[in-house]
Design a protein around this ligand. Structure first.
Ligand SMILES: *Cc1c(COP(=O)(O)O)cnc(C)c1O
Length: 416
């Protein structure tokens, strides 16, 4: 049995493959499971992460002999759970090739999509708007796959130089566009193209965190932490578009064991204010630039999923300032000997302000600190975090094209 899907705005039910290939539902809504699957009672006994992944994804997608192999290929890196001297645990999600948790979603989605397309001889062009880490994960995860091309859009001047290098190194089948605008502009362009009937012949699809192909594998590490920690840990999720948090709420519905979920935001604090009844649903403020730029999202697209009838929101949400983020990088380094990226630091700061009442607190470490040398060295002068995967990029050729933020120009480019 596999899960059927429906739009957050109504619409008819559909299967996984159609939802995966479409990205957005035809009515502009986001796909939601009609019913949550239950994991088999012995799910926590899986011998390793790859087996856990196959067990979980089979509960959603049905029995498929390829799934085991796709999981082995996609999740070929470790997922360490590190407990710091202060007692907080850090779930390190940054050991994939582009050093951020986005590798889980992108690598799985790329393979399952390529597999689906290969069965019917189809092709797709994947559109992806990125505030930094998504684009490189998607570009890396999808590059060179036979049935897929990628067009990625990122906001000019709003990603770090290193992130930009990751986004623009030449990769087979990948085109990088630098947009004169914000992340929300990039996302608006992608949404407009995907719902533009006159582009139907271009076989476009999305790979943003709205796509269920990315959300489904993001459940896996919550369950990995849960099976190591036992019942009722409190998981803190550094959040922007709320895709990661949504995946956590879904994972929670599939097992008997429970865990808490806290969304940790930077100054883009719509969701914390919404949960405190200080903001109306969908009354999104403009995006604010912060030190944790992969979380600079004024209008989180997955909010529509968390807000849907019958789906659970986070238990709590907090907002952390840039000053607090820098201070938390410093104290975590001096007190725990641990160097955190600015996004992870937002989570650690949220953790420090919570009363966990004896529950084990787990902060999702969403990126490697070496991706953000400017912010890390601002907090800790002289600190130079390094990662081999980044050093290796320095010799590779780059390629990028500049575009404006108006839809007409983007549409023309897609038609050419
Ligand atoms: C994307 C990203 C986030 C935010 O995740 P969402 O699913 O958009 O809420 C947090 N930290 C890092 C490093 C990211 O790349």
């Amino acid at each position: 049995m596999s899960v059927t899907w429906r739009s957050s705005r109504g619409g008819p039910e559909t299967g996984f493959e159609e939802a995966l290939l479409r990205g957005l539902a035809p009515d502009g809504g986001l796909y939601l499971p009609v019913r949550f699957p239950r994991l088999p009672a012995d799910w926590a006994d899986a011998p390793d992460f790859t087996s856990l992944a196959a067990t979980v994804l089979q509960a959603w997608l049905g029995e498929d002999e390829r799934l085991q192999e796709i999981c082995r290929e996609a999740f070929d890196f470790p997922v360490p759970l590190v407990t710091l001297p202060s007692g907080v645990s850090v779930l390190e999600l940054f050991h994939g090739p582009t050093l951020a948790f986005k590798d889980f979603g992108a690598r799985f989605m790329a393979r399952v999509m390529n597999d689906t397309l290969s069965r019917t001889g189809q092709r797709r062009t994947v559109l992806v708007a990125t505030s930094g880490d998504t684009g490189s994960a998607v570009a890396d995860g999808f590059a060179g796959l036979q049935h897929l091309d990628v067009i990625l859009l990122y906001p000019a001047g709003r990603v770090s130089p290193l992130q930009e290098l990751q986004l623009t190194v030449e990769r087979p089948g990948v085109t990088s566009l630098r947009v004169d605008g914000t992340f929300d502009d990039c996302q608006r362009l992608v949404k407009a193209a995907l719902s533009d009937g006159t582009l139907a012949g271009r076989d476009l699809t999305s790979a943003n965190s709205i796509n269920i192909g990315r959300l489904l594998p993001q459940q896996l590490y919550y369950l990995e932490a849960l099976r190591h920690l036992g019942d009722r840990p409190l998981m803190i999720v550094p959040s922007g578009n709320l895709g990661n948090l949504t995946a956590g709420t879904w994972a929670r519905e599939t097992v008997d064991a429970d865990f808490g979920l806290v969304a940790a935001h930077n100054a883009n604090d719509f969701y914390p204010r919404y949960l405190r009844n200080e903001a109306e649903a969908y009354d999104f403020p403009p995006t604010v630039m912060t030190h944790s730029n992969a979380m600079d999202v004024g209008a989180p697209s997955n909010f529509e999923r968390l807000d849907a009838d019958g789906f659970s929101p986070a238990d709590a949400a907090v907002s952390v300032s840039d000053a607090e983020t820098l201070e938390r990088i410093r104290t975590t380094f001096s007190e725990d000997g641990y160097l955190a990226c600015p996004h992870t630091a937002v989570g650690l700061e949220a953790a420090a302000g919570l009363s966990a009442s004896g529950r084990q607190v787990v902060v999702l470490a969403t990126a490697h600190p070496a991706k953000f040398p400017e912010v890390v060295s601002q907090a800790l002068p002289g600190a130079m975090p390094r990662a081999q995967a980044l050093d290796d990029l320095l010799d590779r050729p780059v390629s990028v094209r500049d575009i404006g933020s108006d839809y007409a120009g983007f549409r023309e480019l897609l038609l050419s």
